[in-house]
Design a protein around this ligand. Structure first.
Ligand SMILES: [Zn+2]
Length: 125
């Protein structure tokens, strides 16, 4: 499963950052995922919770933020966020140019998955 290996990578990265910073607890992790990364947020959230069990992240809150990315319209030259047809049907990639409604577009940005912040607790006061 795509989301499971992604979640595994995220958890491993957070653990190594937490260890480097001598954290005793990770309280919150914010993950930004691009619209075109084809990530299903509820699945990713579920996998993160599952893998976090028994690690320093076990009490962490996971915040998943979507980045709507950037497209270039091949018809009118528009560059910016796409118009999304239906938020619940993202896996069908129903997006188009907000200016001329063309679906002939090139994806410029929005494929990546980034850990945008990690909140940790350390023993030091
Ligand atoms: Zn256009």
């Amino acid at each position: 499963m795509h989301e499971y290996s992604l979640a595994d990578g995220i958890i491993k990265t957070v653990i190594s950052v937490a260890e480097e910073n001598k954290a005793t607890k990770v309280s919150k992790v914010t993950v930004e995922y691009g619209l075109f990364s084809l990530v299903e947020a509820p699945q990713l959230d579920f996998c993160l919770g599952l893998i976090a069990e028994g690690t320093i992240l076990k009490d962490a809150e996971f915040v998943l933020e979507r980045n709507n990315g950037k497209i270039k319209c091949d018809e009118c030259g528009y560059e910016g966020e796409p118009k999304i047809a239906d938020d619940d049907m993202l896996q069908l990639m129903m997006f188009s140019c907000p200016k001329c409604d063309s679906s002939r577009t090139t994806i410029l940005d929005g494929r990546q998955i980034i850990i945008s912040s990690i909140d940790i607790t350390t023993d030091e006061e």
